[in-house]
Design a protein around this ligand. Structure first.
Ligand code: GLP
Length: 241
């Protein structure tokens, strides 16, 4: 595992964006694994900037997002589809039909998860998977527990995740209680993983995930099993590393 800590946010963002841009330059048809949350946004901004300067193109690339809320209208500003459209897709030349986010409004959520898993497998493996980390060690929406599900599945969100995500909704009660997420096994199939964490409030979970035991009680700790992980941390998140 390569763990890089940055004093300047800008350097973290250009490094993350640079890795993705280099992949796209050498492999224009790359399959990108994308994430939501605040952690990747600076990297998306940097990629948009590089695109505007003619340094990178997404024209032949495809993307798969990790997760989506169940039952939130797709045009709701907090759906992960809206997030991706707003934060990245509409600013670059990726073809929307080549971007994939689980359909959180599918009439049969389990069937949609199976379909999404098949889609990722058919197009994959993902070349580079961008990941954030929840305060409880979740990746995607794989919540800690005695068991993990390997493939894409529906998950009941933990109280702490609902609380963390309540900042994006008018009230706690408005936060969707379920999500669809790629499983840890699906995530680990990516050729390379780029884990991003920012802020002192992530320092403890970063230490637990990267230095602690590999356990389903901290889903991010399973990243220790992957042969090609790069971790980008700001000074706060990297405090104990
Ligand atoms: C959400 C997402 C995760 C993300 C996490 C952390 O729960 N499903 O994919 O990693 O939040 O978000 P942030 O980067 O805003 O701390």
């Amino acid at each position: 595992m390569n763990i890089w800590t940055f004093d300047q946010e800008k350097d973290l963002n250009t490094t993350g964006a640079g890795l993705i841009a280099a992949l796209l330059q050498s492999k224009p048809k790359a399959v990108l694994g994308l994430a939501t949350g605040s952690s990747p946004v600076g990297i998306y901004n940097e990629l948009i900037d590089m695109y505007r300067r003619g340094l990178v193109s997404f024209a032949n690339a495809s993307s798969f997002n990790l997760d989506e809320y169940v039952g939130l209208p797709v045009d709701h500003s907090e759906s992960y589809r809206s997030f991706m459209n707003e934060k990245l897709f509409k600013h670059v030349d990726i073809k929307l039909e080549n971007t994939h986010v689980p359909d959180g409004n599918a009439p049969d959520p389990d069937a949609e998860c199976a379909h999404y898993e098949q889609l990722v497998n058919d197009h994959g493996p993902v070349d580079i998977q961008l990941l954030g980390i929840g305060h409880n060690g979740h990746i995607g929406f794989n919540e800690p527990g005695a068991n993990l599900t390997g493939g894409t599945h529906v998950v009941d969100l933990k109280e702490e995740t609902l609380k963390a995500n309540a900042r994006f909704f008018p009230s706690f009660d408005d936060v969707p209680k379920q999500a669809m997420t790629m499983g840890v096994a699906s995530i680990l199939k990516a050729k390379q993983i780029l884990l991003v964490a920012r802020g002192e409030d992530k320092a403890e979970i970063i230490r637990t995930a990267l230095r602690g035991p590999i356990t389903t009680e901290c889903p991010a700790s399973l990243l220790q099993c992957h042969p090609n992980v790069i971790v980008l941390l700001d000074r706060g998140a990297g405090r104990f590393m």
